[in-house]
Design a protein around this ligand. Structure first.
Ligand SMILES: Nc1nc2c(ncn2[C@@H]2O[C@H](COP(=O)(O)OP(=O)(O)O)[C@@H](O)[C@H]2O)c(=O)[nH]1
Ligand SMILES: [Mg+2]
Length: 196
């Protein structure tokens, strides 16, 4: 499916104010600044659609985008942002978990990890939580252009080992929005899991 005609729909702080579940839905998770908004923009080939930023923690709500009038892409608030209060962080966590567990139309969680960094404790906890709750997910190793091919492979293997230890087998995509690497693969996953 070509991803054309993408529009911003709404920002929702929690599940109860998400748009009516008209379409299958794919969400993007991961810490602030990992490249979630950039990936959404690359998928729909629309640079200014999702707001990207060098300032971490800017997107504190779930931002809904509608693609081809048949799919929702949801940019989740980045987790692990240190400069907000503990209560605020916990509320986000709760709201996001509620959303992930209860959104009936959610088909796939795309969790991004910067390929240069070892998955953080929060990343690993999230993998485990997703696995335990049987939520379909895939991991996108972002910003691949920042590493040599060999280093990319090493990061991929490291991630595989971590997931193996949790008995989790999910797709891993190495991607770069700068080089358009892995974008086709992500689209394919989305199309597969959305089950149009
Ligand atoms: N080199 C490189 N930079 C990227 C890539 N993807 C995102 N970025 C940059 O990383 C920063 C954060 O990206 P953003 O999409 O706003 O991250 P978000 O907070 O997860 O939504 C921005 O400065 C982007 O330009 C990539 O594939 N390669
Ligand atoms: Mg963002």
């Amino acid at each position: 499916m070509p991803f054309k005609k993408a529009d911003f729909v709404t920002s929702a702080p929690s599940l109860d104010v998400c748009p009516d579940p008209y379409f299958p839905e794919i969400c993007f998770a991961g810490r602030s600044n990992v490249g979630k908004s950039s990936l959404i923009n690359a998928l729909v080939d629309h640079k200014g659609l999702a707001r990207t930023s060098n300032v971490p923690g800017k997107t504190q709500q779930m931002n809904y985008y509608q693609v081809n009038d048949k799919l929702f892409l949801v940019d989740l608030p980045g987790f692990g942002y240190a400069q907000v209060s503990k209560e605020e962080r916990e509320r986000w966590g709760r709201d996001i978990r509620d959303y992930l567990l209860e959104r009936s139309t959610l088909r796939l969680v795309l969790h991004l990890v910067d390929i240069r960094h070892e998955p953080s404790d929060l990343d690993e906890e999230f993998f485990y939580w997703l696995g335990t709750n049987r939520l379909p997910f895939a991991v996108v190793l972002s910003k691949a252009d920042k590493l040599s091919y060999n280093k990319q492979k090493q990061s991929e293997m490291r991630l595989k080992r971590i997931l193996d230890e949790m008995n989790i087998e999910v797709p891993i995509v190495v991607s770069s929005t700068k080089d358009k690497k892995g974008i086709g693969e992500v689209k394919q996953l989305i199309t597969e899991f959305a089950e149009f």
